[in-house]
Ligand binder design. Structure first.
Ligand SMILES: Nc1ncnc2c1ncn2[C@@H]1O[C@H](COP(=O)(O)OP(=O)(O)OP(=O)(O)O)[C@@H](O)[C@H]1O
Length: 769
């Protein structure tokens, strides 16, 4: 019998010592067993074999599984459907034979930067946690249905921590999957969710199985002034391809230029016989604030330096006064973008988004300054205070009130006879270019900060304004876009978004015990690599305590084999650049099956040829081109058995047109920027149409409805039942202390309020009595 299966052995030396043999032959999702070492072997032939650790007849293994009650009845169908073969009864070969088995060499150590997991050539979905928004439906009540989602996280004792963020959605999602919240100090936590920029130095400490929702220096795009300056810099290098932000000035450093700009604008308008726009030709925003706070308008006529405070940087940008209107209301779009790698760039746009409408009709001649903000600003946080704001409380309507889904907005645009999918391609284009404009900074910071390829991911909220020519303009990029769920549409969209995002992040399924036992050795190995960059990885020493634990030799396993595995395992944990690149390639392939409703916009068919002329030179690694070759070209070659279609070839390959690839790229960027010239796909030159047609087809994902007729959706996040609100001891203590502090604060406030209360006049007091 040929067993073409990769078998995972999880065993606990402690248990073996106690003679309670618990050696189980399992798939990766079984790794919740209490164990401290995993050994992985690959077999091709399994005749006449016996268990290498226990020397017991193989039928016992099934017994163990049953005895331990580890498997729900329908476990295999539910969780392992995508595994190639899980054969619990497959016999195995003695370990001595195994060592000489050529197939065992095919098993790679420390693959994908995920130490102890996914060591096979083929990384599989089931090595990582699968998140589902359905889990939230059950977390408020004790039921078998909720266990289906929580049991794996609970058994593996997976943890998360939230720092400078109190997002209820993240907490609910993690608890719904059995994650335990731990205190900020916990060094071995699985997911770290940050609500503010993290210091680069902290990122150096990330372990390969940990995931952090941030890249170093991503503030280059999330701070308003830095974003505009980075795009402006790219524009000065690559030209009009980056013409998607309004003219801008940053005070106080550009005060002089700003004054000149105001004068020029006034002069131009007067010469053309026009009138200055109401409320202003320029909009002024504090660079560090959010939710529309501190925004005001400045017109060249009324403008004086008195209006603009000198302290603190302000972004003064040209007011886009011809927005596309929906039922006569201005709107902006919130587009969710996930980045899983900056160099090479790998980014995804979520197919569901939001359109936020101003609560009062658009009018540039209005003179009531009071309602200005409800006409010209589209922030939800501002408009919800307007008396005319209509909340979308509907369970299934996507275009009701002043918050719509992206799909509803695009369907509206289509009904007006416009090309909504081409609009989405243009939005994707500005997203890719914005990320490329900071690629150099992030890549440089990542080289010195990130040790592993898969530890970081980030979700950005892109705010986009669309003008009457259907040209998208980038207003700003949010570091941690709001995940508040205060309407059914919000809950529906954002829970799916976060589930898909965490799936993209690929959280490895590793038992806390394994993590705890290997952490000291890895830390040491990481520190010594830091001290001596050129040190020979094979010489890395193990922490004596950890080595002792790891070297407890299980029955039947040769000491030499075990030692070799431990040392090489710990030593090769920090990948070199080439290894990192290989890990990224595998991760991108893995993400393909886990992206949910995310659309990968870079790299994709034909993308490298179009964007390479507007990409900065980041050295000789050429990761972007190589990733494109690995992930796109090779796949296409496989699919078309040797034939690569012209539209999918890389920059160096020729296309079906006679145009040179650089001219094609120029034309592509012209199409993306010139909306009046190319309003629909039919107007786009055939050479470019050939390239973007598959992207255009994919863009139909954006126009789909997210709700279904007759379905009802939860209007709020569920309350997590207390038994599922798992917290580590230190975290629980932290919350206890906080609770007491809050109560004290409230008491103090109440006392202060009482003290400040005006004394009740004697006559009134008497009346009251
Ligand atoms: N250049 C512009 N032209 C026209 N309208 C603009 C411009 N810049 C901003 N706005 C309007 O002002 C609103 C707020 O701008 P912006 O999103 O940059 O500020 P914010 O305070 O950071 O908001 P957020 O809460 O989204 O972080 C936008 O939603 C948009 O409607």
């Amino acid at each position: 019998m040929i067993v073409d299966t990769i078998l995972y052995f999880i065993y606990s030396p402690k248990i073996i010592r106690n003679e309670a043999q618990k050696c189980v032959e399992v798939g990766p999702a079984f790794s919740f067993l209490e164990c401290s070492i995993i050994q992985i072997y690959q077999f091709s032939d399994s005749r006449n074999l016996c268990d290498p650790f226990t020397n017991r007849p193989r039928k016992r293994r099934r017994l163990y599984c049953k005895k331990l009650k580890l498997l729900p009845d329908n476990y295999l169908e539910q969780y392992c459907a995508d595994l190639e073969v899980i054969n619990i009864m497959a016999p195995i070969r003695p370990v001595e034979e195994l060592a000489s088995c050529p197939q065992s060499q095919a098993v790679e150590e420390n693959d994908v930067g995920d130490y102890l997991v996914s060591r096979t050539k083929k990384v599989r979905n089931s090595d990582y946690m699968l998140f589902s928004s359905d889990a939230l439906t059950h977390i408020s009540c004790d039921s078998k249905a909720s266990e289906k989602y929580t049991w794996l996280g609970e058994r593996l004792r997976l943890t998360f921590k939230m720092m400078r963020s109190d997002s209820r959605l993240i907490r609910t999602m993690c608890h719904s999957h059995g994650f335990m919240q731990c205190s900020n100090k916990n060094p071995t936590v699985n997911i770290i969710w940050m609500g503010a920029p993290v210091k680069s130095i902290k990122m150096r400490e990330l372990m390969p199985w940990q995931r952090l929702n941030q890249f170093p220096r991503s503030t280059e795009i999330t701070k308003k002034d830095r974003l505009y300056e980075n795009i402006e810099r790219s524009k000065s290098i690559f030209g009009e391809a980056f013409d998607f932000i309004p003219e801008f000035y940053v005070t106080p450093r550009e005060n002089k230029n700003m004054e000149l700009a105001f004068e020029r604008v006034t002069r131009e308008i007067k010469e053309a016989g026009g009138e200055l726009c109401f409320p202003g030709e320029f909009i002024v925003k504090p660079t560090n604030s959010r939710q529309g706070k501190g925004i005001f308008f400045a017109n060249s006529v009324s403008f004086s330096m008195v209006d603009i405070p000198a302290e603190g940087p302000l972004l003064v940008s040209r007011y886009l006064k011809d927005p596309y209107l929906v039922n006569n209301h201005k709107f902006d779009l919130r587009i969710y973008v996930a980045v899983t790698s900056f160099y090479p760039l790998v980014c995804y746009v979520y197919s569901e988004g939001l359109a936020r409408l101003a609560s009062q009709p658009y009018d540039t001649s209005a003179s009531s300054s009071e309602s200005n903000e409800f006409v010209h600003l589209t922030n939800y946080s501002i408009n919800k205070n307007s008396t005319s704001f209509v909340r979308n409380e509907s369970m299934s309507s996507e275009d009701l009130g002043h918050k719509w889904t992206l799909g509803a907005l695009l369907r509206y645009v289509e009904n007006e006879g416009k090309d909504a999918k081409l609009l989405m391609l243009r939005i994707e284009d500005l997203i890719v270019k914005s990320l490329l404009s900071i690629q150099n900074s992030v890549a440089t910071a990542s080289r010195t900060t990130l040790r592993f390829a898969s530890t970081n991911f980030e979700l950005f909220g892109f705010d986009v304004l669309v003008d009457q020519a259907l040209k998208p303009w980038l207003l700003e990029v949010n570091l941690s876009p709001s995940l508040a769920c205060d309407a059914p549409l919000d809950s529906l969209l954002k829970t799916r978004l976060i589930a898909d995002l965490l799936n993209l992040a690929c959280i490895p399924l590793l038992d806390k015990k394994i993590i705890d036992s290997v952490t000291p050795a890895l830390k040491k190995s990481m520190n010594s690599a830091q001290d001596t960059e050129s040190s020979d990885p094979d010489e890395v020493e193990l922490d004596p305590q950890c080595a002792k634990t790891l070297k407890r030799r299980p029955v039947g396993l040769k000491r030499s084999v075990l030692n070799k595995k431990i040392v090489s395992g710990a030593a090769s944990i920090i990948p070199n650049n080439e290894k990192k690149f290989e890990q990224i390639v595998r991760k991108v392939e893995l993400e393909e099956g886990r992206r949910g409703d995310f659309i990968r916009v870079f790299p994709r068919n034909g993308s490298f040829g179009m964007y390479s002329p507007v990409m900065e030179d980041l050295g000789s690694d050429d990761y972007d081109e190589r990733l494109f070759d690995e992930v796109i070209l090779k796949k296409n070659t496989k699919n078309s058995s040797g034939h690569v279609s012209p539209s999918t070839s890389s920059a160096s390959s020729s296309t079906s047109s006679s145009m040179h690839i650089e001219d094609l790229s120029d034309l592509f960027h012209d199409v993306m920027m010139q909306c009046n010239k190319y309003p629909t796909l039919a107007d786009v030159p055939i050479e470019i149409r050939e390239i973007i047609s598959p992207w255009y087809e994919e863009a139909s994902e954006y126009t789909k409805k997210i709700t279904q007729e007759g379905e009802t959706y939860a209007c709020k996040l569920p309350v997590i039942r207390s038994t599922a609100r798992l917290r580590t001891k230190s975290c629980a203590e932290f919350y206890e202390v906080r609770k007491v502090q809050m109560a004290k604060k409230k008491e103090a406030e109440a006392a202060a309020a009482k003290e400040n209360e005006p004394a009740v006049p004697h006559s009134i007091a008497a009346k009251r009595v």
